[in-house]
Write a protein that binds this ligand. Structure first.
Ligand SMILES: [Zn+2]
Length: 87
């Protein structure tokens, strides 16, 4: 009987997801989910936890930016080449 109850609870948990914990920034009154923003307010960076417990802020990887620049330069070079050949 307890196995059936446990399975039912697991199935219910799969269907009904619990709402993540929200927090309201005291400075700008914005409602945010600390688990999604590294425990920092997305507007002014206010820490929702003591400074010792906060993870280091994620910095975008520079390799990804370089890939975007490579695509942009390639597209511009192709457009100039196509314009010179067919213009
Ligand atoms: Zn704030």
């Amino acid at each position: 009987m307890t196995r059936i109850r446990r399975l039912a609870a697991a199935a219910l948990h799969l269907v009904v997801r619990s709402e993540p914990a929200h927090q309201v920034c005291p400075n700008c009154n914005v409602d945010f989910v600390p688990a999604l923003t590294d425990f920092r307010c997305p507007i002014d960076g206010w820490l929702a936890v003591p400074p010792g417990e906060a993870p280091a802020p994620r910095v975008p990887h520079r390799g990804t930016a370089g890939l975007g620049l490579a695509w942009f330069v390639g597209v511009v070079a192709f457009a100039l080449l196509a314009h010179a050949l067919y213009g």
